[in-house]
Design a protein around this ligand. Structure first.
Ligand SMILES: [Zn+2]
Length: 69
């Protein structure tokens, strides 16, 4: 049911966050193993500033993270 992707791009992650288009809540992963899910459960992110991992209904996920090359 859930599709899963993993970004391995070597960019510096300044902020690892996303907004859910279904419930409108914004979630942020601040630590490497901090796994956060939005209020309605459609999307989750994890990885903190080490890596960006996005799980769930990615078409509902608006990426609001900030990265630098
Ligand atoms: Zn949601």
């Amino acid at each position: 049911m859930n599709e899963e992707t993993e970004s391995t791009a070597r960019r510096r992650i300044i902020r690892n966050s996303a907004r859910c288009k279904r419930c409108g809540s914004e979630i942020e992963s601040r630590y490497t193993w901090e796994y956060v899910t939005c209020a309605c459960g459609a999307i989750s992110i994890d990885g903190g500033h080490e890596y960006c991992r996005q799980v769930g209904y990615l078409d509902l996920l608006e990426d609001t993270s900030i990265t630098k090359p």
